[in-house]
Design a protein around this ligand. Sequence first.
Ligand code: HEC
Ligand SMILES: [Cu+2]
Length: 432
Amino acid sequence: MNDNRNRTPSISPAAVVVAAIFLLVSVIGINWFTSFVPVVLPPQASAESKSVDELFYVLVIIGGIVFFLIQGMLLISVIFFRAKSGDQSDGPNFHGNALLEIVWTIIPAGVVVFLAVLSFNVWMQNTEPKATVNLIDGDEVKINVSGARYAWTHTYQTGRIDPNGAQIVINSGDKLHTYIGQNIELELRTQDVIHSYWVPAMRVKQDLLPGNPATGGRPTDIRFTPVRVEGETYPASYPIVCAELCGDGHGRMTGEVIVYADESQFLQQFYEPAIYAIMNPPADPVLRGEILIQEYICNSCHILDSLGWTSRTGPSLNGIADRAGERVPGQSAEEYIVQSVWNSQAFVVPGYTEQMAAFGPDQPDANAMSAEQLYAITAFLCTQGEQTDCDIENQTVAIPAAINTAFGLDVDITFGQGDGAESDSSEAPDED
Ligand code: HEC
Ligand SMILES: [Cu+2]
């Protein structure tokens, strides 16, 4: 034993040959393995996806080679250098091999640096701001995404003006509409906790970070350009999911990217109809409300069978019109609904907490709600009941003082056209 103490291990030629064979087998095996990867990955639906996938292949190949090489060496050691039966002695005592140690430090260090440079390159390339973004009909349109437990909301600041002089904002709910070749740039904000906007087919993912609510949170952005996918029929749909565990409804926090074949299909099937609908709302406020309410994230917290909502963070809205008049003494059904939406904290339904998001004229994009929109939404909710207590004809609902104070508003909402003469905000297009 003693004569072994300061021995330097020698590397036998046989070991080198075995290692070389393993390296070869690993390379071939990994190449064969990666030929299956395209089947596993979603379609490459963005210009960015190719470089991301190539980076992924390089990582899998290098990682695979290292894995198989180490496991192979381990296996060889276990088989060829095992103790012979009856051998109770200690093994030879080695004191390192400077050459080996240098080699096995330099190679991994080199590999890590190589991967870092490669990854940084792909990242820089894919996140680089484009000269023109969100081009629609020759204009750059700002598109904001809002994440809230548990829904995504997309809003397009169209730059077009409605008859009242206000900018037309299209709220497309959980769907992002785009077309092949459009450079998309989204500004993301969360209304509560950290979420992560992930579109696997576009190979992009970006966290939404809470910030100072007074400044509207802390925006992050994400960029990608949809490209044509072989054999796809357009408009095509690709899932959006939340990639940051954000609560018990995290799994429900999904959406869709709808990709149109070209700009004209996008304009015809999404953009112009959306603007037309805003410019020419149905005369019936109930109908308007039914359309509007689906643009907000109410579905992420409430059950409402008539619209297929299934979420349980808040009370069910089935039959709300029957209960609304009995919730707060002295408050009519329509007053209660108005208050519930604009200032839900004023009365918290027993058994629930103050979790409902705020909606109102001063709220950020996804939660912005004008008096006219609130009027229509209330009119719709007033139809959700058996013998609704709401009277949406000839009624003026005074906005509760608390809301006036909070929003600095002084408006009433008029239902129908009758006595509500003194109202100063009934810009609801009158019907009947
Ligand atoms: C983040 C979850 C959440 C969202 C989003 C949300 N709500 Fe609520 N909602 C609640 C909770 C929780 C309550 C019960 C506590 C309270 O009254 O404030 C509630 C209460 C209500 C009530 C009173 C129900 C009753 O039985 O008295 C109405 C009406 C209502 N919400 C309508 C809406 C509408 C309309 C929207 C969309 C514009 C909406 N909510 C969006 C969580 C939410
Ligand atoms: Cu989330």
